[in-house]
Design a protein. Structure first.
Length: 337
């Protein structure tokens, strides 16, 4: 019985097997007038990275998986970095996320229809996320051989729309409410100006809310558990204050850049035991973001603490050797958002 089943599988395997067809994309030199951005990094975020389409053929529906020669991720990385380098200080740096690339084709009695779809996200230094997609459906005599042209069209389409969405002279971004439009054009008329779709820009972390709340060990003073709150008063300067069990703190933070999540230097007054010991601390710290959507992550800082006052009984407990240093190590670690 096993031999019979194996023989049947061998007979029908040519009709149900899966094979692979490869598309070669051209080396494309693409220039944009008044380009307002340059690409720093390209990251493949597709859920399906094995192939970009399927081709059904034959009476038994044999499936061909369609792939790109060398991989679509490598092709787009080279395409974005070579075509959109930094050429001006006025251009904004962006990171490109490949969200979806797909092609499809179908046939009727007299002609074929080829489709291409691309979706990219452009994330700039201020953490604005712009999402664009383009879909092209084209009547053609040979859908498979013309897939490269349609793919290049949707790639260019997304990039042009992104560049056009960037405001001039740092003006306010205008959020649009456009609906998705499928692009359909005749193969003999490539000069049409099809409509394109973009989702409105989404801001991950608002520049108007760069304040930070932190909770943890030796945060909010020399405390076992404390809370500290920083208010960003200038692009590079924030003031903070906090309290906990037992102690309090207040001070000034100098940041290394304008964003919320930047390395900082902290000059602060710290207290422990509500008067048992106090002094001046100079520390450096940063945040390790675990969730960009919620702006949640690890908060840490370390430096030195110069003792101003210490209670004699507390001193004998803390420094049992009898020697009290003027400067000690200071550290704080916790969670922040």
């Amino acid at each position: 019985m096993k031999h019979l089943f194996f023989g049947i599988c061998l007979i029908f395997s040519p009709f149900v097997s899966f094979s692979q067809k490869t598309i070669t994309l051209p080396k494309d030199m693409f220039q944009i007038s008044n380009r307002k951005f340059y690409v720093t990094e390209v990251i493949d975020k597709r859920k399906n990275k094995k192939f970009i389409g399927e081709l059904w053929t034959g009476a038994f529906k044999k499936t061909d998986k369609i792939t790109i020669e060398g991989g679509i991720d490598h092709y787009l990385q080279n395409w974005f970095l070579s075509n959109f380098p930094k050429t001006s200080d006025q251009q904004k740096p962006v990171q490109v996320l490949i969200k979806n690339i797909s092609i499809n084709q179908s046939a009727s009695y007299s002609e074929e229809t080829g489709e291409a779809f691309a979706e990219f996200e452009f994330v700039d230094i201020l953490d604005y996320k712009y999402k664009f997609y383009s879909k092209i459906s084209e009547k053609t005599d040979d859908a498979f051989s013309s897939h490269p042209q349609r793919l290049m069209s949707v790639f260019r389409d997304c990039v042009i729309k992104f560049n056009n969405s960037i405001p001039d002279n740092n003006s306010q971004v205008v959020k649009t409410e456009d609906d998705a439009v499928e692009i359909v054009f005749n193969n003999n008329d490539q000069t049409s100006n099809p409509e394109k779709y973009t989702e409105k820009p989404e801001k991950i972390r608002s520049d108007n809310n760069r304040n930070v709340i932190a909770i943890g060990y030796q945060i909010g003073g020399y405390t076992l558990l404390g809370v500290d709150y920083e208010v960003r008063v200038l692009d590079y300067v924030g003031i903070h204050f906090g309290a906990g069990f037992l102690g309090y703190t207040a001070g000034l933070k100098i940041h290394t850049n304008k964003t919320k999540n930047s390395m900082f230097f902290n000059a602060s007054w710290k207290d422990t035991g509500l008067g048992l010991m106090n002094g001046f601390a100079l520390e450096a710290g940063d945040r390790w973001i675990w969730s960009k959507k919620r702006d949640f992550g690890l908060y840490y800082q370390a430096g030195i603490f110069a003792i101003n006052h210490i209670d004699s009984d507390f001193e004998s407990v803390l420094f049992s050797s009898g020697y009290t240093p003027q400067v000690i190590f200071s550290v704080g670690v916790g969670l922040s958002w």
